[in-house]
Ligand binder design. Sequence first.
Ligand code: ADP
Length: 273
Amino acid sequence: RKHLNPLKRINQEIFTYAMGRQREIEELKKVETFRREFLADVSHELKTPVFAAQGFVHTLLDGAIDDSTVRIKFLKRAAKSLDSLDALIHDLLTLSQIELGETKMHFEHFDILEMASEVLDQFENKVERKGLYIGFDQEYNHPIFVYADSEKIYRVLTNLVSNANKYTDEGEIILGFSVSSGHVTVSVRDTGMGIPPEDLSRVFERFFRVEKSRSKGRKGGTGLGLAIVKHIMEAHNSKVSVISTFGKGSTFSFKLPLSKEEDLDSTEDDEFE
Ligand code: ADP
């Protein structure tokens, strides 16, 4: 560097500086595009339930309110639209908090099998009413302790099981746990409609739906569920993945670190102190 003549050195410094600024500008442009697209997506998604509720309420005011059967029907539909609006706003807030890094992670040791059983209990009625079976892939005789944010992992499990149920018309939903080298891989497998290969990489994008119509009439989809799952797994330094055969079914899975023996011992000690 010493041997470089001063003019050349200045040139080089200017070049490095310019390259740095160029990169910053590109980065800002990307953020700006993301922000603009996000706003457009959100406005679009908000419009649907608002227009629907508006339509029902105005029709009621225009006279439909006098007919008692129509009245109940329209009020119920307006209420349903408002419920999906509520779900959408709730998911949007969750997503933006995670994206902004505003959600604190609360790591703790817990038994993922016990949590999964709770999720099974929560969904059993709903799933079985459709004539589907839901259960574990095998009998597990021992707990599987993991170190993670239990509330967020509960959200991940319920989102995946809820999707499996939404997009499966017959067959089964199976939860599996495979332990290897300090980790457990949790999987949710269904025998549902599957995802076409060209869409596989896109299902984790916010508001992406395999067919626009697919989620319609299938209760409560906000199109944000998998985007939230993806972010939660990233906050755990892990990721969620999917394999699927179109028309046959899908398997979503994610990996969590197992609790270490010594950590579990010390938690027990804490309780007796
Ligand atoms: P949605 O609220 O629409 O279910 P998600 O973000 O949870 O939104 O999922 C995005 C899209 O991925 C869904 O609209 C659906 O097309 C597809 N998808 C998600 N889970 C499954 C599944 N288990 N089987 C088939 N398709 C699925």
